[in-house]
Write a protein that binds this ligand. Structure first.
Ligand code: UDX
Length: 441
C-alpha cells in the first residue's frame, strides 16, 4: 500500500473520523480546522465529540506521529516535499435558503488553497454536495494539474469509526480515472467493494442513499400507524418483512420521526435541486410530509395519555438527541416534539444521558436535568423520545412512586412493557397495542 500525505480540511464529525481512520491505515494526515480552540484541544488528544473509538484512534495517531492538527487549510496543505498529495474537503454544507446546500465553506477553502496545491494533487470532496459540485470546484480551482474527486461518506454518528473501517462500499467518482484510482487505493486495506464512476454519479449516490433511508423510515412509520388502526403489532410485521433479503431488517424501527444532521438536510437538498431543474419527486416529498405528520402524531399520543389537554400538564421527556449514542441535538425529532408539546402549554422537563443539564439557548420551554428521577417527579406522563438503552434499566418502581400518573408514551418501542406494567405503568408504544398496568396506579 502506498502511504500518502493527506490534508483533511474540516475537523468535525466527518473530517476528524476520516483523518483519524486514514492515519490508522498508515497514511500521514494533517487535519485542519478554523476553530483555534478546537485545534488546541485536538493537539492534546482531547476529542470534542462523543464518538466511540475516536479518542483512541486520535491518541494512537498523535503518538505515532501520523496525525497532526493545524489551524487553517493552507497549513494543512503544507509546502515543498512535505506538501499534501491528497486534500479531503470535510467542511459543513448546511441547509441554506430554500433547502439548498450552502456551499460557501467549500468555496472558501478552495479559494484559500488554489494556488498552494502542488501539481498532481487530488482534491477529494467528502461533504455532501449537489450534483455538479465537483465540476464547479474544478472550475473554481482553475488548476488543470489538480483533479477533483467525489468520495461521499456514509458514516453514521455513534458508529462512525466502525462504519469507516468496515464500509459496505467505497464510492469514488472522477472524470479522470487515474485520480479516482489513487483515491480508491487509500482504502485498499479495507477490502470493501469499490464503485469507480464519474463525479456526478458519485455525488448522486450520497443523496440517493440517504433519501432512500428516509423513505424507508417514513414507510415504516406509516405501517406502524396502520398497525395501530388494525390492532396489529409492528414488531412482528417488520420482522416478517425484514427476512425478505430484498428489504432487510435494518432501518425498520418506527420512531418519533427521523432526524439528525444528514437525513433532513439531504432530503430537502435533493428536492431543491429537483425543483431547480423542474423535476417532480412526489415520493420524496411525501416522505418529508409523513415525517412531519409522525411528529404531530407523537404529540397526539401524549395529549391522549394525559387525558385530552396538555395545558399546564407536567410532561417528563426521556431522551433529546436525534438517536442514542450521540450528543447531537441537530434536527432532533425529540426537540421538535418537545416544541409542539410546549406550544400546547405542557410544562416540560427533560433528561438525556448524552446532554449536560445546561445547554445554552436550547429552548426556554424545556427544563433540563441530569437526574431521571427529577423527570418523573409529578409528571402526568413520561415520554421516551430517544432509544438510550439505559432507559430500560431505570428504577421504574421508584419512578412509579414519583409520577402523578403512571403512563409512559414510548415513541421508540424501547422499554420492556412487562417490567413497567408490574409496577403500575400503562405503556403506549408505536404500532403496538397499549399495555395496561397490572396493578392499579
Ligand atoms: C445517516 C446515514 O445513516 C449515514 O449513512 C449518512 O452518512 C449520514 O446520515 P446518521 O445521521 O448518523 O446517519 O443517523 P442514522 O443512524 O441513519 O439515523 C437517522 C435517523 O433515523 C435518526 O433520527 C434515527 O433515530 C432514525 N431511525 C433510524 C429510526 O427512527 N429507525 C431506524 O430503524 C433507524
Amino acid at each position: 500500500m502506498f502511504v500518502r500525505r493527506i490534508a483533511v480540511v474540516g475537523s468535525g464529525y466527518v473530517g476528524l473520523t476520516t483523518g483519524a481512520c486514514l492515519a490508522s491505515l498508515g497514511h500521514r494526515v494533517v487535519c485542519a480546522d478554523v476553530d483555534e480552540a478546537k485545534v488546541a484541544r485536538l493537539c492534546t488528544g482531547e476529542v470534542p465529540i462523543l464518538e466511540p473509538g475516536l479518542p483512541e484512534l486520535v491518541a494512537q495517531g498523535l503518538a505515532a506521529g501520523r496525525l497532526r492538527f493545524v489551524v487553517g487549510a493552507a497549513a494543512a496543505v503544507g509546502q515543498g516535499p512535505e506538501a499534501a498529495e491528497v486534500m479531503f474537503l470535510c467542511v459543513p454544507t448546511p441547509m441554506g435558503a430554500g433547502g439548498a446546500a450552502d456551499l460557501s465553506a467549500v468555496e472558501a477553502v478552495v479559494t484559500e488553497v488554489r494556488t498552494l496545491l502542488p501539481a498532481g494533487c487530488v482534491v477529494v470532496n467528502k461533504s455532501t454536495v449537489p450534483v455538479g459540485t465537483a465540476a464547479r470546484t474544478a472550475q473554481l480551482l482553475a488548476r488543470p494539474d489538480v483533479a477533483v474527486v467525489s468520495n461521499p461518506e456514509f458514516l453514521r454518528e455513534g458508529s462512525a469509526v466502525e462504519d469507516f473501517l468496515n464500509p459496505d462500499r467505497i464510492v469514488v467518482g472522477c472524470d479522470a480515472q487515474d485520480a479516482a484510482e489513487r483515491v480508491a487505493a487509500l482504502y485498499a486495506r479495507l477490502g470493501a467493494p469499490t464503485v469507480l464512476t464519474d463525479a456526478a454519479s458519485a455525488e448522486l449516490v450520497k443523496y440517493a442513499a440517504n433519501c432512500f433511508l428516509a423513505m424507508k423510515l417514513s414507510y415504516v412509520n406509516t405501517i406502524a400507524e396502520l398497525c395501530e388502526r388494525f390492532g396489529a403489532d409492528v414488531l412482528d410485521v417488520t420482522e416478517g418483512i425484514g427476512y425478505d433479503r430484498r428489504i432487510g431488517q435494518a432501518f425498520l424501527q418506527p420512531g418519533p420521526g427521523w432526524g439528525g444532521s444528514c437525513l433532513p438536510k439531504d432530503t430537502h437538498a435533493l428536492l431543491q435541486v429537483c425543483a431547480a431543474v423542474g423535476f417532480d419527486f412526489p415520493l420524496l416529498q411525501a416522505s418529508l410530509d409523513t415525517n412531519t405528520r409522525q411528529q404531530h402524531r407523537m404529540v397526539e399520543k401524549v395529549r391522549d395519555a394525559v387525558g385530552g389537554s396538555l395545558a399546564g400538564q407536567r410532561v417528563g421527556l426521556l431522551g433529546l438527541t436525534f438517536k442514542a449514542g450521540t450528543d447531537d441535538l441537530r434536527d432532533s425529532p425529540a426537540l421538535t416534539v418537545a416544541a409542539l408539546l410546549a406550544a400546547e402549554g405542557a410544562d416540560l422537563i427533560g433528561y438525556d444521558p448524552g446532554v449536560p443539564a445546561a445547554v445554552p439557548g436550547l429552548t426556554d420551554d424545556l427544563q433540563l436535568t441530569d437526574d431521571p428521577l427529577k423527570v418523573a417527579s409529578g409528571a402526568a406522563a413520561l415520554v421516551v423520545l430517544t432509544e438510550w438503552p439505559e432507559f430500560r434499566s431505570l428504577d421504574w418502581g421508584r419512578l412509579a412512586e414519583l409520577v402523578e400518573r403512571r403512563v409512559v408514551v414510548d415513541t421508540r418501542n424501547l422499554l420492556d412493557a412487562d417490567v413497567l406494567r408490574r409496577v403500575g405503568f400503562e405503556v403506549r408504544s408505536i404500532g403496538r397495542r397499549p399495555t395496561p398496568a397490572l396493578t392499579p396506579s
